[in-house]
Ligand binder design. Structure first.
Ligand SMILES: [Zn+2]
Length: 313
């Protein structure tokens, strides 16, 4: 099975760029060849982590990757398995051929009514993500945002589209890929996963209305936390003795509150607890118990551990 870069880096599709970077650093450290000499499995893992990070580690590369993925999914949905040749050489040009294909169908079907045509064809919508901080989500913000989209060719004004007439600027496509920079107004009390629709900021069409730009807001989960399908999960490191014997741990919530949680005896790594009112927006926060990392043990601890080993623990 083909494992995508999000799966390789252990992040969900709605993770912020910062969260992807943090997970990448952690995994790269863990599987680094210096730390795993002569371990072929670790080396393979390290390579796939690098490859995944090249695809989604940088925000513009990620934007392109996500866009391609959406187009591929669309092709698969629309055409089933009949779409030949695989998706290997997929690029922005293929995205255009999809949309030109639709346009030409319309030209043929509706050629007796050209007035209808301009209302029927439309540029594709563009979906993208925008990372915001907790502070920006609370107070709202104006954020500069750049994306690449088709714009109507300046030379032929789109008139070469669907005709045999050549245009040296756009090659008869009627549009060219260009970069647009806009300011996005994030409303106050914005939520993770909230969608903003920016009318006519999607792909332009040589003969019709432009599509829209649909922005999905991503709220940075910050160190030790992650999003899982819109739900915020925070790791709570617990010493092995507390897991086994039970006890309490203190955590710092996303809103900066210190909260003490009961850890029942026999708690396992990965067990969860849902806290009400402690999420980013005052909603739910899921706590996941993890084993706190032991950097070094002292002589006394070593002696006691040796005794524990003797009694079978
Ligand atoms: Zn042109």
């Amino acid at each position: 099975m083909d494992v995508g870069p999000y799966e390789v880096l252990g992040v969900s599709k709605d993770a912020t760029d910062a969260e992807i970077k943090r997970n990448y650093r952690r995994l790269a450290r863990q599987y680094h060849p210096d730390r795993n000499p002569n371990d072929v499995a670790a080396e393979d893992r390290f390579k796939s982590i690098q490859t995944a990070y090249e695809k989604i580690g940088d925000s513009s590369a990620r934007q392109e990757f996500d866009q391609k993925k959406r187009m591929e999914d669309m092709f698969q949905r629309n055409r089933g398995n009949s779409f030949g040749g695989g998706f290997g050489g997929f690029d922005i040009g293929d995205m255009f051929s999809q949309f030109r294909g639709r346009g030409q169908e319309n030209v043929q079907n509706k050629s007796n009514n050209m007035n209808n045509l301009s209302q029927e064809v439309k540029g594709s919508d563009i979906e993208s993500g925008l990372d915001i901080s907790l502070e920006q989500s609370i107070n709202g913000a104006n954020i500069r945002f750049s994306h690449r989209r088709f714009k109507v060719c300046e030379n032929c004004k789109g008139s070469s589209f669907g005709t045999s007439k050549g245009c040296s600027n756009c090659g008869g496509k009627g549009v060219k890929t260009k970069s647009s920079t806009i300011t996005i107004k994030v409303p106050a009390n914005a939520k993770h996963g909230q969608l903003l629709r920016l009318k006519k900021m999607g792909h332009e069409h040589p003969q019709g209305e432009p599509g829209d730009l649909i922005i999905s807001l991503r709220l940075d989960a910050e160190e030790g936390r992650r999003w899982e399908n819109g739900r915020l999960v925070q790791e709570a490191p617990v010493p092995i003795t507390t897991l086994l014997l039970g006890g309490k741990v203190k955590i710092l919530t996303p809103l900066g509150k210190r909260v003490q949680i009961d850890v029942p005896a026999g708690t396992r790594v990965g067990d969860r607890r849902r806290l009400q009112g402690h999420g980013h927006d005052g909603g739910q926060l899921d706590i996941e118990f993890v084993l706190s990392e032991i950097i070094e043990i002292n002589d006394n601890q070593r002696k006691i551990l040796e005794q524990l080993r003797k009694v079978g623990l």
